[in-house]
Design a protein around this ligand. Structure first.
Ligand code: PEP
Ligand code: MG
Length: 658
């Protein structure tokens, strides 16, 4: 019996949703296959399922044969049609999300290139920060295939040994998962490794090789390297990185077969830089992480589990150095710049001094600024100056809260649209905005409606070729032309507003008609929600002031909206007619130019005169050299990257004092 459906599982059958699907399938005794195009795999193997690469909105068929086939098909089709299937409360799903939102600045620099003279090796910048310390090489002996041919009467004992080895590794992983001091993000990663260790596809492939007369170690290496190669060839960086995981699990099984304990990092001295060719997430998650000052690896990239663990623990890391990692085995001291991926083996005195100074200065400032986390900065007259965070995804909430953000001054919704192969549904958007609002309630969360244009297209919207995309069909212009895209976002915002203090702002406004047209759409959405009986609440509507036109009509706009937020990034480029992405005109793209500062002042005055809040969410809002001027002009909200929050709070507080 079989049934076809369109997969609605958010992001497709990746990682966690795949393993949950398998768990569900294993609960039925029927043989179950999942078929995509002309390819069919067992629905009881998460490895196979992931390799099938089923994406959201693709058509698949579930085929079941057995006594409980009707129930199986019903349950599995239901799962596939549920957008949130497999994602609830799963740490590894969070880990995956953290990966895609990871603040990695550069992708690959040229790995494996020693720059002569400077003694600098460049890898992938995988976790930011500076580190310098003694090198600690971790190069466990490679386990080689024995390629021993078994005689017929050895086969069954060898198969038994193999089963035992799988069980041992699964037990070790269970023990690690049971540890109470394991960080949640690391727990998710170990759980994902355990899924691989328990996978039918892997066990069956290794068993088949043993049955053919291959020794168990060679069989495990053969099976894992084949599966790893499949992952490595997928057209998806996340799945590519899983190849390292499969190899790491294979190594553990081989060690269990050989009766060896894995080499571990217990001996790493405090402040050391760990150097490895291919450290597994399993090794790193169990290591004394508080002693590790930095990580350098021959393998891996920004989305590998090692990178995620390093980022989660604030350990600078450069990965993917390639074979040149072996040149570092004899090195005594390493300086590592996790922002650029640069590694300096045995740095000369001036490089070492530079690193020590950088680390020292960063640490001293970080410690001193912590005192400002919970401060509510006020102007001399007692008016609160809200220091809020600019966010692009839910994964950044914790960092913003830890920094002491007094709400969100700009939630860029573009990432939500760009992350998916299709436009995000109203329900998915509602859930996202709701989580955001709940996390910061009662503080305000200002969500910016979709600000996308020809320079940053997304699937689901066809952008015309434009000579000047920055002057073209972007932001509110596109949204008003596409109510099929805009209305679900407005409906989602109305629904989410029930759960917190949501405010909404429109990007790229240059005409009052754009505000009025949006209001009409909001009313239309609210009326629909009433008819549908869906809970919702009206929100404050504001505009970003980022076009010269908006500045010129600011007094009129101020009468129509609840607040202004000045977008200095765009405002500067439009006032100065200097492309914000063009380095040749970077000198002109200067927010401190009197023309831009005058535009900010005009806008603020218009807002203050009309009695509405005026904030700023462009990069300039976090500049301590400009904050005094902005506060003096009358701005009462400054929204910035979380890393600037405590410095800004200090600046405003000192202003009031002096
Ligand atoms: C701005 O233009 O200042 C702004 C905050 O928006 P973005 O940088 O996303 O265009
Ligand atoms: Mg802008």
């Amino acid at each position: 019996m079989e049934r076809s459906t369109i997969v609605r599982v958010h992001d497709g059958l990746h990682a966690r949703p795949a393993t949950r699907f398998v768990k569900l399938a294993k609960g039925f005794e029927s043989d179950i296959e999942l078929i995509k195009m002309d390819k069919s795999v067992s629905a009881k193997s998460s490895v196979k399922l992931m390799l099938l690469g089923v994406k959201e909105n693709e058509e698949v068929t579930v085929r079941a044969t057995g006594a409980d086939e009707i129930e199986a098909i019903e349950a599995l089709i239901g799962y596939l049609e549920d957008p949130h299937a497999g994602t609830a409360d799963e740490a590894s799903a969070e880990a995956r999300a953290a990966e895609s939102a990871a603040p990695v600045k550069s992708t690959v620099a040229s790995a494996d290139t020693i720059i002569p003279g400077t003694r600098k090796i460049r890898g992938v910048a995988a976790s930011e920060g500076f580190a310098i310390g003694p090198a600690f090489g971790f190069f466990p002996a490679e386990i080689k295939q024995e390629n021993r041919l078994l005689s017929q009467d050895e086969i069954s004992a060898e198969a038994g040994r193999l089963t035992q080895a799988f069980a041992t590794v699964q037990r070790r992983m269970d023990a690690s998962l049971a540890a109470t001091d394991l960080a949640e993000s690391d727990r998710g990663i170990i759980a994902a490794l355990k899924d691989i260790a328990c996978d039918d596809e892997l066990t069956r492939a290794a068993e088949a090789l043993v049955k053919d007369g291959m020794d168990a170690v060679s069989a495990v290496i053969g099976a894992t390297s084949r599966i790893a190669a499949d992952f490595a060839s997928m057209d998806d960086p996340y799945l590519n990185a899983r190849a390292d995981d499969v190899n790491a699990v294979g190594r553990q099984i081989c060690l269990a077969l050989l009766g060896q304990d894995d080499a571990n990092l217990d001996a790493i001295p405090s402040g050391a830089i760990l150097i490895a060719d291919d450290i597994g997430a399993w090794d790193l998650a169990r290591a004394p992480l508080n002693r590790i000052a930095g990580v350098i690896c021959g393998h891996g990239g920004a989305t590998s589990h090692v990178a995620i663990i390093a980022r989660a623990h604030g350990i600078p890391a450069a990965l993917g150095l390639g074979p040149s990692i072996h040149d570092l085995q004899e090195v005594k001291t390493i300086a590592l710049d996790g922002n650029s991926g640069d590694v300096f083996p045995d740095p000369d005195q001036s490089t070492a001094d530079r690193f020590h100074a950088q680390i020292g200065a960063e640490e001293t400032e970080r410690q001193a600024l912590k005192a400002y986390k919970n401060i509510i900065p006020k102007r001399a007259d007692g008016t609160i100056i809200e220091i809020a965070a600019n966010l692009g995804s839910l994964e950044e909430i914790e960092t913003a809260q830890e920094a002491g953000a007094m709400g969100v001054g700009l939630f860029r919704t573009e990432l939500l649209f760009m992350r998916h192969i299709h436009l995000p549904s109203e329900d998915l958007q509602t859930e996202t905005y709701m989580k955001l609002a709940t996390a910061f309630a009662p503080d305000p969360v200002i969500v910016r409606t979709l600000d996308i244009g020809g320079d940053k297209p997304i699937s689901g919207i066809d952008f015309p070729d434009e000579e000047n995309p920055f002057l073209g069909w972007r932001g509110i212009r596109m949204c008003l032309d596409r109510p099929d895209v805009f209305k679900p976002q407005l409906r989602a915002l109305l629904r989410a507003a029930v759960h917190g203090n949501i405010k909404v702002m429109l990007p790229m406004v240059s005409d009052i008609g754009e505000v009025r047209a949006t209001r009409r759409l909001i009313d239309e959405c609210a009326a629909e929600l009433v008819v549908e009986g869906k809970d919702h609440r009206q929100f404050d509507l504001g505009v970003m002031v980022e076009t010269p036109a908006a500045v010129m009509i600011a007094p009129m706009l101020a009468k129509e909206v609840a607040f202004f937020s000045i977008g200095t990034n765009d405002l500067t480029q439009y006032i100065m007619a200097a492309d914000r992405l063009n380095p040749t005109v970077a000198k002109l793209n200067d927010v401190t130019h009197p023309a831009v500062m005058a535009a900010i002042e005009l806008t603020t005055k218009a807002g203050v005169d009309a009695g509405i809040m005026v904030g700023m969410c462009g990069e300039a809002a976090g500049r301590v050299d400009l904050i005094p001027a902005f506060v003096k002009m009358g701005l009462t909200e400054l929204s910035m990257s979380p890393s600037s929050i405590q410095r800004a709070k200090k600046c405003v507080s000192e202003l009031a004092l002096g």
